[in-house]
Write a protein that binds this ligand. Structure first.
Ligand code: HEC
Length: 500
């Protein structure tokens, strides 16, 4: 399908339709239609011969999956009924979020000027954040002069999750970029809501007024390595300041990172999947706060300015003589005809990831994110001689003074299935490790040299809930680190942030 569609010949498209029409098996037909829809994604062409008959046949058979695919193709083939269907589906709050976001995407492909008001309404007050975000992205396809002001008027009512989409849409066109920068200068939009990559995109317009506004609203474009090193140190220290939550960190990931990374079975593949990476605290700190330190060539940022004065940036997905395809957030592919380029595509040794605590992340968001991402999580919610103690993500449990008596540090851990692992301990004083009351190991104190994972002991955790206790000999100010080797994060720990 893809090869035939790529020729751009109506006769080849006709062949595709004929092929689909001849398939009698519903599953095979679904696969073929899917392939065709993918090959024609975001295009707009005249309906090939045979399409009307095939569409009528699919409508008659009324197989929901095939009808959805046919509706999608109807958009590509400029079927006037497609617009009506998409408007109805996008506005119908009773449909699934998935059906509605698909309808909004179709409206973006059809680009009928009369749908701008509907899309603005969806962004401003729809009950579903997913639909709001999709509508905000869809508006990038329209150049109505009213859009920037209408989007910005409700800025403070937008949930955090959809703000990056609004910013992206505004930065796609000159007028939008100007309104955005003005709103930043007026402090309607906080500087933190906009990332360095947005500014880079706006600079691609090569517009004197915009560049002056950038200086006023944003200042210097790139943080220096010294600024970032300072931010990393400060953020590292802040990890000790408050406990973190795995459950909240998962939400931070879904909102800020899932549009580009796959992790734990979720997210889009734009950047590398994070499961295999060596996810310790230093790695996360450096890669998230200073993503430009090391970037592989396949990830260099491409910025394309088109003759209609729109700007897109993303990774290079495909290129041939006539077209270049960029991969944007959410793995959206943007195919651009080379004849529509206003200038050669700019290539920067710059990551698609924003620098610093981008996406308006708070320090607490970052702590939660680290808790969620890191392999081999520390036991941080414990009881010391019966009293609760909660430590930050780096796992340093500073024990209260027990006046010479031993400190019994108890942590709860749940194994979903039997698991052979290692318990890793670092302790200032001599200690004993007990699993469910039974002594499984003893170790020597390290005094001031204490660090995580100094000692490791093999252990088999049966399925179910367990209590791990580290009994630390009394005396001096004591600190302990305890965790299980668990790179796939199978073990579950108490999580104060879970109730949400
Ligand atoms: C707009 C897309 C985008 C977003 C959003 C994004 N990243 Fe990335 N990320 C990338 C790309 C592209 C790379 C590869 C190039 C590089 O190293 O910067 C990358 C690299 C990384 C790496 C290094 C991976 C490796 O194998 O070297 C880590 C870790 C990472 N990102 C974590 C995150 C986290 C955590 C978030 C959320 C706060 C996030 N990223 C948000 C695009 C993104």
């Amino acid at each position: 399908m893809r090869r035939l569609v790529a020729t751009g010949q109506p006769s080849d498209l006709k062949l595709c339709i004929k092929f689909v029409a001849e398939l009698q098996d519903a599953a095979a037909r679904e696969k073929a239609l899917e392939g065709l829809a993918l090959a024609l994604d975001k295009q707009s062409v005249n309906a090939p011969e045979g399409w009307a008959a095939l569409q009528a046949e699919i409508a008659k058979e009324n197989n929901a999956k095939l009808v959805a695919l046919a509706n999608k193709l109807a958009v590509v083939f400029r079927d006037p009924a497609a617009l009506k269907r998409a408007i109805a589906a996008a506005s119908d709050a009773k449909l699934t979020t998935e059906a509605r976001t698909e309808a909004v995407r179709q409206l973006a492909s059809i680009r009928a000027p009369e749908t701008v008001a509907l899309l603005l309404n969806l962004v401003r007050k729809d009950a579903s954040d997913a639909v709001r975000g999709e509508a905000a992205r869809a508006l990038a396809a329209f150049d109505a002069a009213t859009i920037p002001a209408a989007l910005l008027a409700r800025w403070k009512d937008y949930p955090k999750e959809i703000r990056p989409d609004v910013v992206n849409t505004l930065a796609t066109r000159k007028e939008g970029a100007k309104a955005l920068l003005q709103a930043m200068a007026d402090k309607t939009v906080a500087r933190e809501e906009v990332t360095d990559n947005t500014i880079l995109r706006i600079q691609a317009f090569n517009d004197k007024d915009l560049n002056t506004l950038i200086e006023k609203a944003w200042g210097r474009t790139r943080a220096t390595p010294a600024d970032l090193a300072k931010l990393i140190d400060k953020t590292r220290d802040s990890l000790y300041e408050a406990p973190a939550s795995f459950a909240r960190g998962k939400l931070v990931f879904e909102n800020s990172c899932g549009k580009c990374h796959k992790f734990d079975g979720k997210g889009a593949e734009v950047g590398p999947p994070l499961d295999g990476a060596g996810r310790n605290i230093e790695y996360i700190l450096v890669n998230v706060l200073d993503p430009n330190r090391v970037i592989g060539a396949p990830y260099f940022l491409r910025t394309a300015r088109l003759t209609d004065d729109t700007v897109f940036s993303g990774l290079l997905a495909e290129e041939d003589d006539k077209t270049i395809t960029l991969k944007l957030e959410n793995a959206v592919l943007k195919k651009i005809k080379k004849e529509d380029l206003a200038e050669p595509v700019r290539v920067a040794e710059k990551s698609l990831m924003p620098e610093g605590l981008g996406y308006n992340m708070t320090v607490q968001d970052f702590r939660d994110l680290v808790r969620y991402l890191m392999a081999n999580q520390f036991m941080t919610d414990v009881k010391v001689n019966g009293t609760e103690l909660r430590a930050g993500v780096p796992g340093r449990l500073v024990l209260p003074d027990t006046k010479g008596a031993p400190a019994v540090v108890e942590a709860e851990v749940t194994a979903p299935a039997e698991m052979k692992t290692k318990v890793l301990i670092g302790s200032t004083s001599d200690y004993e490790v007990r699993l469910d009351g039974k002594v499984i190991a003893t170790g020597k104190g390290a005094g001031k040299e204490v660090r995580p994972d100094r000692d490791g002991f093999d252990v088999t955790l049966p399925a179910g809930k367990h209590t791990l206790a580290v009994v630390v000999k009394g005396g001096g100010p004591n600190a302990v680190y305890a965790r299980f080797l668990d790179p796939d994060r199978k073990l579950k720990y108490p999580d104060a942030g879970e109730k949400k």
